[in-house]
Write a protein that binds this ligand. Structure first.
Ligand code: GLA
Length: 381
């Protein structure tokens, strides 16, 4: 998966140019973050949209939910397309967004019955998915207005997003102060650094819910995308998509993506787990486990455009969701209807329902400690 952008640098190096000179050549497409008014919430609160660009990647981010509204990358001929599902207007995001492009928290994915016990005290969370709590409850971080600032640092450009969740918000204990940094590097990588502190013991699991379609949003199904996930085990679920607690081998199942295969290859197998998810909606236990530095865990490729996405993370889990609940009722950014399988999500995370699963890596954050995770998305063609 040699990238055309890397080839530019390689060619520059071959021509005897220093890395700095090559960097200057590439810096021509760098654009520092600019802000515009995107809309207003019902109560009058302003929502801004930030636009920034670096290394061939163009990003548009909303202060509402930290939403990636658009992420454009070039294909093998240098043609840019938006590869992230979204909406054209704020009203549509507020009305009924299935977390398009959003920052997710306080707890990514599900907590069974919206309940957990911490230090002997029972907590009841906001329940918004049958009897369970999903993505932080009825009004998670995807539905909050974040404070956003743009920055330029050396060769990078980016945004710093701040939000403080109140003690008791959506039922979670502890005032959670967050800083999320979106960085576009000179190679066009989109890096996400999450940091959080609390004043009382709590649980935290932050992630990003971009819906990828590397052929371009609104272009149809992603079932022909090739995907690789570096995981030999996944966490099977019950009918409510809560993990059973088991770590099951992917070998011999539709969940085996250790060698690249198409997203659609086994998605129609009569498998109980696929029936529960209406397709794939599962957490992979990454072989590398928790790491201090981001390590490669997944690679996605669209054969038609040649576009590739590689994901590296410090996190131990990856939720692969195959867009099963997209049902033709939403019109996306480019004016096309989104149908089942028109995108997929690759959410780096801790495992769902960890607060109720003693054998899963802990999601507890205590006062004095800082939660830190990083995920890097690298693009090529
Ligand atoms: C996650 C969940 C899915 C679904 C989507 C959004 O991926 O696991 O079940 O809720 O978010 O619709």
């Amino acid at each position: 998966m040699e990238t055309s952008r890397r080839s530019v640098i390689t060619a520059a190096a071959a021509a005897g140019l220093s890395a700095a000179t090559a960097g200057t050549a590439r810096a021509t497409d760098r654009r520092a973050p600019v802000r515009e008014l995107f809309g207003r919430l019902a109560d009058g609160t302003k929502v801004h949209r930030w636009s920034l660009e670096n290394g061939g990647t163009r990003l548009k981010v909303l202060s509402y939910g930290g939403i990636v509204q658009s992420l454009e990358i070039p294909d093998r001929h240098g043609r840019h397309r938006n590869v992230s599902l979204g909406f054209a207007t704020l009203e549509e995001y507020v009305a009924a967004s299935p977390y398009f492009g959003a920052l997710i928290g306080r707890y990514g994915n599900r907590i069974g019955k919206g309940r957990f016990t911490l230090d002997g005290k029972a907590y009841q969370l906001s329940v918004n998915d049958g009897e369970n709590s999903l993505h932080g409850g009825a009004r998670g971080f995807d539905k909050r207005v974040w404070d956003v600032e743009g920055f330029t640092a050396g060769p990078d450009v980016g945004l710093v997003l701040h939000y403080t969740a109140a003690d008791g918000e959506m039922g979670y204990p502890g005032t959670l102060r967050m800083k999320v940094t979106y960085t576009l590097t000179r190679r066009g990588d989109w890096r996400v650094d999450y940091a959080a502190t609390t004043d009382r013991a709590t649980v935290v699991n932050l992630t990003s819910h971009v819906y990828w379609n590397l052929a371009g949003e609104g272009s149809g199904s992603v079932y022909d995308h090739e995907l690789r996930i570096a995981a030999s085990r996944y966490t099977p679920v019950d009918a409510g998509l809560i993990p059973t607690g088991e770590l099951a081998a992917v070998a011999g199942t539709p969940f085996d993506f250790r060698r690249a295969k198409t997203v659609g290859a086994d998605i129609r197998e009569a498998n109980q787990q696929l029936l529960y998810g209406k397709g794939i909606d599962h957490n992979w236990a990454l072989d590398k486990g928790i790491t201090a530095r981001p390590e490669p865990v997944a690679a996605l490729r669209d054969p038609s455009s040649g576009r590739t996405l590689r994901i590296a993370t410090t996190e131990p889990g990856l939720q692969f969701y195959s867009g099963n609940f997209l049902d033709g009722t939403l019109v996306g950014t480019g004016g096309h209807i989104y149908r089942q399988g028109d995108a997929l999500c690759l959410e780096t995370q801790h495992f769902p329902d960890s607060p109720n699963q003693p054998s899963f890596p802990s999601t507890v954050l205590r006062p004095g400690a800082t939660y830190r995770t990083t995920t890097v998305h690298s693009f090529g063609a």
